[in-house]
Design a protein around this ligand. Structure first.
Ligand code: CA
Length: 219
């Protein structure tokens, strides 16, 4: 759970990001201009900044430099429609932790946020729901007081579900995220692992099947 400043002048994108963050347990602070961004950073304890490079009132790169100067220690992920490599490099040299190019998948954004928060030791690493406790830093999964033995793949799958909790993920996305892009499997591979996860963790209801689509962890 982190406090995340969303600097984005496109309200549709801003709303979508805000809602996605809310579903996964983060608090979003939407602002629409560079000026609003700076005053929000002064007023709130922000853990991470999502910065749209194309803003109406300020050059995004200048704002990036100002944020890294005045709010050092707050990681910035640049969101940009300009996908030229030179701009990317410029962004990273200007103090950005990472960048993501529009249009992007929400799962990708969440994964990058997680990585940046981890690097800055701002991530939530222990998740508890019902009698299950997952420690992502230590890699341990407990049910009640008992350690649960998961295979690597089951653990990866659980991690993906947790980091995207309350978001429906298709079988294809789950394969990409938990197995990797170059794995050739089909949806049945996912089904088998989901079944084992449900049994081992007693999460038959929480890991919901989305008809003809995939799965969602409801927390
Ligand atoms: Ca923009």
């Amino acid at each position: 759970m982190a406090d995340i400043l969303i600097i984005e002048d496109d309200r549709r994108i801003s709303d979508l990001v805000y809602r996605t963050l809310a579903m996964t347990g983060h608090q979003g602070f939407p602002v629409f201009t560079g000026r609003e961004a700076l005053s929000a950073l002064e007023r709130n304890r922000i853990d991470l900044v999502l910065l749209d490079i194309g803003l109406p009132d300020m050059d995004g790169f200048q704002l990036l430099q100002q944020i890294s100067r005045e709010f050092a220690g707050v990681p910035v992920i640049c969101v940009t429609a300009r996908d030229e490599i030179s701009d990317r490099v410029k962004g990273l040299r200007g103090g950005a932790e990472d960048y993501i190019v529009k249009p992007f998948a929400m799962e990708e954004l969440l994964a990058r946020i997680q990585v940046a928060l981890r690097r800055f030791h701002k991530e939530q690493s222990v998740f508890c729901f019902r009698d299950v406790e997952v420690d992502l830093a230590g890699g341990a999964v407990k049910k009640g007081n008992d350690l649960v033995e998961l295979t690597n793949r089951e653990y990866e799958l659980l991690k993906v579900l947790l980091l995207n909790k309350n978001i429906a993920l298709s079988r294809e996305r789950l394969l990409d995220l938990a197995w990797g892009m170059d794995f050739y499997g089909d949806g049945r591979t996912v089904d088998v692992h989901i079944r084992r996860l449900r049994q081992k963790l007693g999460l038959e209801k929480e890991i919901r099947t989305i008809f003809k689509y995939g799965y969602r962890l409801e927390v």
